[in-house]
Write a protein that binds this ligand. Sequence first.
Ligand code: UD1
Ligand code: CA
Length: 468
Amino acid sequence: MAATALIVLAAGRGTRLRSALPKVLHHAGGRSLLAQVLAAGADAGLPAADTFVVAGYAAEQVRAAVAPSAARVILQEPQRGTGHALQVAAPALVAYSQIIVLHGDMPVVSATTVSRLRAELEAGADAVLATATPDKPRAYGRILRDRKQPEQVVAIVEDRQASPAQKQIRELNAGFYAFRLQPLLVALGQLGTNNPHGEFYLTDTIALMAQAGAKIRAYPLPDPVEILGINDRIELAEVDALLRRRKSEALMTQGVSIYTPATVAVDPEVTAGQDCVLEPGVQLRGQTTLGANCRIGAYSILTDCRLDDGVEVLPHCVLERAHVGAGARVGPFTRLREQAEIAPGAHLGNFVEVKKSRIGEGAKAMHLAYLGDAQIGARVNIGAGTITCNYDGDQKHPTAIGEETFVGSNSTLVAPLEIAAGAYVAAGSVITGPVPAGALALGRGRQVNKPGWVAARKKKAGSSQRGG
Ligand code: UD1
Ligand code: CA
């Protein structure tokens, strides 16, 4: 196949979003509009090294967003139109014989569309442009076809320049193109700015190329939804919902049940195994992966988590960068933070927070606990209200608890601390030193009962009142 570059036009400002952030860096479907468009190119087999992003407004922010990939940024300053964007990019494209052009603010574009544009070009056209014929008219460029040879496109007329008759044309220019570079470069050199915006229009290259005898073909989009672009935050919300639904439907097709999918938000890179169930309001973010048979309870939010098979997350959990082993159960209202490692079969209950800790196989912490920088052995029971005091105001310290140890309710475990296997910590203890294996550790004030004390106090209070 011929050397193909992908050009993403992203220099515009997006005034109607009323934002300090450039339009293409706003998010829909769990990633930026620009990232969505770049993913369509990548999924169609166009490598990042052959990808060019034309940036202008807030170019440094766009550059920073693109930096982690091998794609290159071309600065268009000032921004004098879509044709000008290509004129500015042209010197960087000498190594290529053909290009794909996409708009950075049109994130619904699919990899299939990119592949089809390329395939139609390679079938012998000089230019191919995606078109759509939606039911509702839009202020998009209109497609003019040759009367005698209707497969030939002869021009795109912008909405503001269209005659009343041309405005009746329902076939619209989507803004996704494939060009053979040579004829495009010639046409770019002939562009003028005789239009209401005084800009160089990429769309004007079509008539110029057609007049020069180029073969220009339309690719009617099978799903016109791809022409949805983003101009304001209402459209942003609509496209977000659409992309979320696409992701949810992909998961459902793979065997995941999703209840009330309109309330569920799953990021693009999330994967879930067969027979997982997502209850209403669930969010799966970032690189989260679920094994088979996991159930995620209502309103739980998982970010960059790995769950093995058969994990149950009850409602209202917040899990971040945690690994949960097979058959473990957490929630409701559990919070797992970075490097929480929950071994298979462990159970964590309501208002239990775990950070940088390993909870051993079958261990339990069912109520109201903080476990930080702790290694907790298999089948340990952590009583309600147990706190690892891992921070001395200056440094963090570790706690280790051997397997099958029982930690009574409301224990305060002052780190650094080691409690050996099979020990027993009495409820309400403050534990500051090591506990040997199998020992009972008691660290609390001894209880004193004073018989008749209450009645004696009442009597005393009465006599002092009378006394005045
Ligand atoms: C453009 C097309 C129109 C098509 C529509 C589809 C032109 C002249 N018109 O109109 O036929 O129906 O898209 O959405 O191309 N950009 C730059 N540099 C610039 C100007 C724009 O990079 O100097 C970028 C924008 O950031 C945007 C894209 O190009 O991502 C399209 O520009 P925009 O001004 O939105 O074009 P439309 O008026 O929507
Ligand atoms: Ca636009």
